[in-house]
Design a protein around this ligand. Structure first.
Ligand code: NAG
Length: 183
């Protein structure tokens, strides 16, 4: 769970440097399913959500390798986008992770504190930005369908980006089951 949080946070932090939102949070629907999600260009399960709201980050491309991510393997994330304004201290990100119908995580993170996870730091200048990051997907991720919704805001509650992804990990294979019961 902790590593999954980390993973979700990394993915979020990455994409976080990409779009902007208004005040959905103030409307009281953090993590509400999206009315108007649009696929992010590239090879990933990411979608931009709340697209009717203006966002500071426009993601031009996100690639995951492998796509979809595989349990127990390294995932390489490559992202590029354009920021309309710089990201300063005080920016935050609301993350919701749902496992099937169960809400696993509903948490707010300090964006600038998370950025070192993707080798970036605040302030992030406006303009074109790109990053590459490798993360290890833990072998212990339980099978099932995970939905991640992340909304990043500036300190003044301006929407930076709203991103969502559904990732499904298949049931454990035979080798893994033998492994689990080996002791
Ligand atoms: C993932 O990357 C780490 C660090 O580069 C490496 O030690 C590890 O063996 C890699 N794991 C797999 C499954 O490729």
């Amino acid at each position: 769970m902790v590593s999954f949080t980390k993973l979700a946070t990394s993915i979020v932090a990455i994409t976080t440097c990409a779009n902007a939102f208004t005040l959905n949070y103030a409307l009281g629907f953090p993590g509400a399913p999206d009315r108007d999600a649009k696929p992010v260009p590239g090879d990933s399960p990411l979608q931009t959500c709340d697209t009717s709201d203006s966002q500071l980050l426009t993601l031009t491309k996100v690639d995951l390798s492998p796509n979809p991510p595989l349990r127990g393997e390294n995932l390489t994330i490559t992202a590029a986008g354009t920021l309309k304004e710089s990201i300063e201290q005080g920016a935050y990100v609301d993350v919701d992770v749902t496992y099937g119908y169960i809400k696993l995580i509903h948490q707010t993170y300090d964006l600038c504190e998370q950025l070192p996870n993707v080798e970036m730091e605040c302030p992030i200048k406006s303009g074109y930005q790109e990053l590459t990051k490798q993360v290890q997907i833990p072998d212990e991720v339980p099978p099932g369908k995970y939905t991640v919704v992340a909304r990043a805001y500036t300190e003044d509650d301006e929407l930076i980006t709203c991103l969502t992804a559904v990732v499904e990990f298949p049931p454990y294979g035979y080798a893994k089951i033998i492994d689990l019961f080996a002791y």
